[in-house]
Design a protein around this ligand. Structure first.
Ligand SMILES: Cc1cc2nc3c(=O)[nH]c(=O)nc-3n(C[C@H](O)[C@H](O)[C@H](O)COP(=O)(O)OP(=O)(O)OC[C@H]3O[C@@H](n4cnc5c(N)ncnc54)[C@H](O)[C@@H]3O)c2cc1C
Length: 295
């Protein structure tokens, strides 16, 4: 970003030159040149309004668990740092978008509320989960979401209930400069012991099928209609394919893992090679499930 940033934007708490290795679960990428971390909704609104007024492009980051960053990102990046307070009101649970997703599922369980068990193994932030309509085991956020607050691309604050068409499979309309600020889930009173057993079962399933000891970004490619991306990659003999420190996981072929020092270039090359082999072998063009940010 060669343009100087306006003074009101620079009043929002920010850091410079932060490696994406520290901001994403995968741990690859270049530098985040401008990382804005508002600690209040008012500061977040000031960020969005200043960018809108100046016509500045920008991006929003959550826990970085669905993201592959390939290079330095020069535009301002917004990462909410709102106080992580969970409010429980009867069967309703409200939290800020910056709250850890797994920690939120744990808070619901501790309050004896059932409905967020599916979330107990999905990393990242609540904001990212709402934006992605994250889900697992046949449940997804829209099943429990009852109200949410967000900023429009112009910085107006909106609070509303979800409406038909706003959330679909791993998709929501909360893109294009909209920022989720908080969300409320409508849950059910549950037996704390039963909730814990369900959570433990879900975690055990993940532990045996996913390479959780290595840095990763979850499933890298979308399942093509009626097919499994992991199976296509596996049956093309690509498990264990390695470019530098980036590898197709031997445990789960749709997980590409970072052995520690993988670079963005290695990761990009591994993704390209997997796509090329699957296209040649099966005639299927794999699409990324993760979001890719290129510098
Ligand atoms: C080991 C592992 C297992 C996973 N399992 C699952 C699973 O079972 N089911 C599933 O659905 N996903 C899964 N994921 C993917 C990922 O965890 C989810 O998509 C998660 O909800 C992303 O949240 P995040 O905060 O990390 O978002 P990020 O990766 O930071 O961002 C993802 C997208 O959300 C946007 N975003 C982030 N915060 C906000 C905000 N406040 N307002 C608006 N937009 C925002 C970003 O701009 C980006 O477009 C898994 C990932 C890993 C690493």
């Amino acid at each position: 970003m060669t343009r100087p940033l306006p003074d009101d934007l620079l009043k929002v708490p920010h850091r410079r030159e932060v490696p994406f290795a520290r901001l994403t679960t995968l741990g690859v990428g270049g530098l985040c040149r401008w990382l804005f971390e508002p600690t209040t909704e008012v500061e977040a609104q000031a960020f969005v309004r200043a960018c809108a007024r100046e016509g500045l492009p920008w991006r929003v980051l959550g826990g970085g668990s669905n993201l592959v960053v390939l290079g330095d990102i020069d535009v301002p990046v917004l990462r909410l740092a709102l106080p992580k307070v969970v409010q429980v009101d009867g069967r309703r649970l409200t939290a800020p978008a910056s709250h850890g997703h797994i920690a939120l599922a744990e808070a619901a369980a501790a309050a004896g509320l059932s409905g967020l068990e599916f979330a107990s193994g999905i990393p990242g932030s609540l904001g990212g989960a709402i934006r992605m309509n994250a889900g697992a085991y046949g449940r997804e956020w829209v099943d429990v979401l009852t109200r949410y607050r967000f900023l429009t691309p112009e910085g107006e604050l909106v609070e509303k209930a979800p409406e038909p068409g706003e959330f679909k499979y791993r998709w929501s309309f909360l893109t294009g400069g909209r920022v989720v600020l908080s969300a409320t889930a409508q849950l059910a009173v549950g037996d704390p012991a039963a909730i814990r057993i369900q959570v433990a079962e879900y975690r055990a399933r993940r532990g045996t099928s996913q390479p959780l000891s290595k840095r990763n970004a979850g499933c890298i490619f979308k399942n093509p209609p009626g097919q499994s991306a992991g199976r296509l990659i596996d049956q093309a003999g690509l498990k264990g394919l390695r470019v530098g420190d980036a590898e197709v996981s031997p445990e789960h072929a749709n997980f590409l893992v970072n052995h520690g020092r993988a670079t963005a270039a290695e990761f990009a090359e591994l993704m390209d090679r997997v796509r090329a082999v699957v296209l040649e072998r099966w005639g299927v063009a794999l699409e990324p499930e993760v979001e890719i940010w290129r510098g």
